[in-house]
Design a protein around this ligand. Structure first.
Ligand code: HEC
Length: 135
């Protein structure tokens, strides 16, 4: 009896694992190869340790906001981000980045933004627990 329960759970586990790992609709992923600006911005992001205060997809420090979708958030965007990055605020340090460093970091954040949403709308979650990228 106990053995059958284990067997059912094990089969359930196998089926679920197969569903999770076989699901990848490559056509719906954004054409998102980083260009040189994005790579340079990414390096600045790491040098200045922006992630010690900010999160991407929820990972990072929590002093500042999550920046995954700052580039496309209503009322935010490129110019909004530039002001913070170039001047800092009372809580965020001014890193004295040059114009090109600032533009590159912004390019990096726009690239991150294109990779997906940091919150999954409930209606996009399928019954298998996967995220449906199409709608
Ligand atoms: C010491 C912590 C800290 C570090 C390091 C830091 N930030 Fe911030 N950042 C903040 C805080 C806090 C805010 C929110 C502004 C405020 O409340 O004054 C912020 C706001 C922002 C915003 C506006 C976000 C929004 O959605 O309103 C952007 C963009 C940003 N930071 C980019 C960066 C970048 C790029 C770096 C690295 C070069 C960086 N930050 C490093 C603390 C930090």
């Amino acid at each position: 009896m106990k053995f059958r329960l284990w067997l059912i759970l094990f089969i359930g586990f196998l089926v679920y694992t197969c569903l999770v790992y076989s699901y990848c609709d490559k056509n719906s992923l954004p054409g998102n190869t980083p260009d040189n600006h994005v790579v340079a911005g990414w390096n600045t992001w790491q040098e200045k340790n922006c992630q010690s205060c900010h999160q991407i997809y929820g990972l990072g420090g929590y002093l500042g906001p999550d920046l995954t979708n700052a580039a496309s958030a209503p009322g935010k965007g490129e110019n909004y981000m530039k002001v913070f990055i170039q001047f800092g605020t009372g809580k965020m340090p001014n890193f004295h980045l040059s114009d090109s460093e600032t533009n590159n970091v912004v390019a990096f954040l726009k690239w991150v933004d294109k990779s997906g949403k940091n919150t999954v709308p409930k209606e996009n979650v399928t019954w298998t627990g996967n995220y449906n990228l199409d709608n």
